[in-house]
Every structure is written in structure tokens, then in C-alpha cells.
Ligand binder design. Structure first.
Ligand code: PHB
Length: 135
């Protein structure tokens, strides 16, 4: 018998409902424990992958910061449209999936945006614009 509280009230049989329980009552469907275990393992892999992504994103940001410092020394602009296009094209060509190209492009556009923002902050410091709310 399932413990009280392990199921929603609506799923529990009332003591007033007489007769034997149906054969599958209170049992998980066949194979559901295996699936649960597999799902937990996959989630552990997702969590580990997230930490790898976090490390790689910060490694990339560190390189971008160094590029930003060199741009400052050479008095070059932070924004370089050709370089951004080159990155997005290479990423698109090397995408093995299952993420579709448009999705990868959106992700990398976001990464580049944040990288450009970081370069600007490092090179110019916050609030270098005369326009309030602009970086
Ligand atoms: C970058 O690779 O992070 C990057 C490239 C071009 C930019 C800004 C950032 O204009």
C-alpha cells in the first residue's frame, strides 16, 4: 500500500472503496526505474557540460580582453564587423548539430556581444558615453 502523502490526494483510494486493488495499483510502469536512472545520469552529464561551457566561455572572454588591450594600444576600434562575420561563418560551417545553424548563430552572436561589451568596459571603463544609460 502506498504511504499517505506519496501520491496526490486525488490519486489515493478511499477506505470506503471496497474490494481488491487493481493489479498495477501504486506501481510505476515497466522500465520506468531504468528510465528515471538514465534521466538522472543524463542530467549529471548536462551539469558537467555546463561547467565545461562556463570555463570555456571565461577562457574565451580572457582572450578577448587581451585583444581589447592590444586594440587600445594600436588605437583600433573595439567593433570589427569583418572579424565577427568571419567567426560566425566558421562556426556555421563547422556545426555538427543537432543545434541548427540559426540557433548556433544566435548563441555566438550573443557570445560576441558580451565579449565586445567586456572589451569596451575594460578598455574605456564604465560610463564613458555622454548619453545616460549607454555604455
Ligand atoms: C570576439 O571574438 O569576441 C569579438 C570579435 C569581434 C568584435 C568583438 C568581439 O568586434
Amino acid at each position: 500500500m502506498a504511504r499517505k502523502g506519496s501520491q496526490p490526494r486525488s490519486a489515493r483510494r478511499r477506505s470506503s472503496e471496497k474490494g481488491p486493488s487493481p493489479p498495477m495499483a501504486g506501481k510505476a510502469p515497466a522500465g520506468s526505474n531504468d528510465r528515471q536512472a538514465r534521466m538522472e545520469e543524463l542530467r549529471r552529464q548536462i551539469d558537467a557540460t555546463d561547467l565545461e561551457l562556463l570555463r570555456l566561455l571565461n577562457t574565451r572572454a580572457g582572450y578577448a580582453l587581451d585583444v581589447g588591450r592590444i586594440k587600445r594600444e594600436l588605437e583600433l576600434p573595439i567593433y570589427c564587423a569583418e572579424r565577427e562575420q568571419e567567426i560566425l561563418t566558421r562556426i556555421g560551417k563547422n556545426n555538427p548539430g543537432p543545434l541548427e545553424e540559426a540557433a548556433i548563430r544566435r548563441l555566438f552572436e550573443r557570445i560576441i556581444d558580451e565579449s565586445r561589451r567586456l572589451e569596451r568596459l575594460a578598455v574605456q571603463g564604465p560610463g564613458s558615453s555622454c548619453k545616460p544609460g549607454e555604455e
